[in-house]
Design a protein around this ligand. Structure first.
Ligand code: COA
Length: 260
């Protein structure tokens, strides 16, 4: 399924969503953001979906940022509302009921890095470069970068990357904890599919509750996090998949999860 700037392929369980504007290094213009938001709404309601992989068309870029050509002449109010639009799209992505994998096949700059930060996992090709260069345009990250980068890699490292605009390569992205793994560019999609297959074999509701229990991360009081964990542990125990998982273990067979 494809529209002007997006392409959706794959099986019912593992879908690959590709930003397809390679002539502009997949820069996110307003039309692409709107298409992405609409597509994510549909995917959020799809009970067959288990994992979503997000990537960029071509070999050069994942997404080279928001479309800079749309910045000129923005009033402060328009710019703030534009940031809100991008934030809403990435919030929709982050809050999908299934885990997501950014397969970063090249430049992931500005809004591209922020798109990746809204995914559950980031896999990087050895050719990738990541960064938040907005301050070089006299701007700041506006699609969640000031919030999610610090949560991903810590405040000090995030401050350096945001205030200097420095790009990092794949190895440094892994060292910083910004990416899970770096792989040769030619094997990136295979690596993403292998991780997706592992995730798709697990109980979907358990994955959702585990992510929900971890949301908010280290920012909330431990007691609140533990209370959420216990509540979600209780909810997981009410699922058919929990009964199946336990029974399969006792019967020494592979569990077959249905998502209920
Ligand atoms: N917005 C709009 N257009 C973009 C873009 C962006 N963020 N990033 C790349 N493009 C366009 C270029 O304008 C160019 O279009 P053209 O062929 O019509 O002139 C095309 O994509 C190819 O990019 P180009 O700059 O020629 O490639 P390069 O290999 O020389 O450089 C980058 C690659 C990523 C270093 C460079 O494109 C760049 O710095 N992009 C902007 C990154 C950025 O600041 N992102 C944050 C935005 S908030």
């Amino acid at each position: 399924m494809s529209d002007e700037y997006l392409d959706l392929t794959g099986t019912d369980a593992v879908r690959v969503l590709t930003i397809t504007r390679p002539e502009k290094l997949n820069a996110l213009n307003r039309a692409t953001l709107a298409a992405l938001h609409a597509r994510l709404e549909t995917l959020a309601a799809d009970p067959a979906l288990r994992v979503l992989i997000v990537t960029g068309a071509g070999t050069k870029a994942f997404v080279a940022g928001a479309d800079i050509s749309e910045f000129e002449g923005l009033t402060p109010a328009e710019a703030a509302s534009y940031a809100r639009v991008g934030q809403a799209v990435f919030d929709r992505l982050e809050s999908l009921p299934v885990p997501t994998i950014a397969a970063i096949n090249g430049y992931a700059l500005g809004g591209g890095c922020e798109l990746a930060l809204a995914c559950t996992f980031r896999l990087v090709a050895d050719t990738a470069r990541l960064g938040l260069p907005e301050t070089s345009l006299g701007l700041i990250p506006g699609f969640g970068g000031t919030q999610r980068l610090a949560r991903a890699i810590g405040r000090q490292q995030a401050l350096e990357l945001i205030l200097t605009g420095r790009q990092v390569d794949a190895d440094e992205a892994v060292r910083l904890g910004l990416a899970l793994r770096a792989v040769p560019a030619a094997t990136l999609m295979d690596a993403a599919q292998a991780l997706a297959a592992q995730l798709a074999a697990r109980a979907p509701v358990a994955l959702r509750y585990a992510r929900e229990a971890m949301a908010g991360g280290l920012d909330r009081p431990l007691a609140d996090g533990l209370a959420a964990e216990a509540r979600l542990f209780g909810l997981a125990a009410a699922t058919a998949d929990m009964r199946e998982g336990v029974r399969a273990f006792l019967e020494k067979r592979q569990a077959v999860f249905t998502g209920r």
